[in-house]
Design a protein around this ligand. Structure first.
Ligand code: ADP
Ligand code: MG
Length: 250
């Protein structure tokens, strides 16, 4: 079966403040695939995630990024979100004074509006979000609190998963969703992510620990070093990295 290509990055070069961070990176993700990117601190993983999502601080000096065959290299971040890219943050932001459920409805409706689909009024949205929140065993009191304010590390990550589930994006990128989680929280978040995986959605997981990949088995693991993918293998290499460090590849 021919799978649809979702993300294709060709020979990407990125700088910030004249310092090069991504140096000729290639990556291709098809529908339904789970890819993981591993690599040492400072190898450029978070930069790559932000550049795919369209973060304005980075300069793309060469190469291109395509989403479902469309060149989005110069697209605004909002447009990319409308077209189906979701980025879950390593350090989710607190937004004091903004109610979580209002924030989620705004995000949901802005995507619906951009795609000429039906926006939901507060009551219909409440039904939808209640269903989603139960699916991931999150307490509904989190809906009426300010976005991430006073949430524990694990609760913030869970809130990212709630957004990911709600927005049902074509490509979800999770940057270090495992950082700061104890083993129970990690297992629960992984279960939730596994539930949300489906044939037509693609997932890019960024991590530097193997333990997340024990729970969410990626189809491919890429090793990043100095702004490039230097090795691609299957999930078995995660254990080798845990045992031997990155030195066996680099
Ligand atoms: P990783 O997520 O793999 O740990 P990052 O993408 O966060 O790596 O960072 C890659 C490199 O880019 C690091 O050397 C970092 O210091 C540098 N970098 C990232 N953001 C900036 C910035 N805003 N200004 C200067 N250097 C940056
Ligand atoms: Mg990082």
């Amino acid at each position: 079966m021919n799978q649809q290509n979702i993300l294709k990055i060709n020979n990407l070069h990125v700088t910030i403040n004249n310092q090069s961070i991504i140096n000729g990176l290639n990556l291709s993700i098809n529908a339904g695939e789970v890819h993981a990117i591993m690599g040492k601190n400072g190898s450029g993983k978070s930069t790559l995630a932000k550049v795919i999502a369209g973060h304005p601080s980075y300069n793309i000096i060469k190469g291109n990024i395509n989403l479902k065959g469309e060149d989005i290299t110069l697209e605004e971040p909002e447009k990319r979100a409308h077209k189906g890219i979701f980025l879950g943050f390593q350090y989710p932001l607190e937004i004091p004074g903004v109610n979580n459920i209002d924030f989620l409805r705004l995000a949901y409706n802005s995507i619906k509006k951009a795609n000429n689909e039906i926006e939901l009024d507060p009551i219909s949205f409440f039904d939808l979000i209640n269903h989603k929140i139960k699916e991931i065993n999150m307490n509904e009191t989190f809906l009426n609190r300010n976005v991430n304010e006073g949430f524990s590390g694990g609760e913030k990550k869970k809130n990212e998963i709630l957004q990911m589930s709600l927005l049902n994006s074509t490509l979800s990128i999770l940057d270090e969703i495992d950082s700061g989680l104890d083993i129970d929280a990690l297992k629960q978040i992984s279960d939730n992510i596994n539930k949300l995986k489906c044939q037509t959605k693609s997932l890019l997981l960024i991590t530097h620990y193997q333990r997340l990949l024990d729970y969410i088995k990626p189809d491919y693991i890429h090793i990043m070093d100095a702004g490039k993918i230097v090795y691609t293998g299957d999930f078995k290499i995660a254990h080798q990295i845990e045992k031997e460090g990155y030195n066996f590849i680099l």
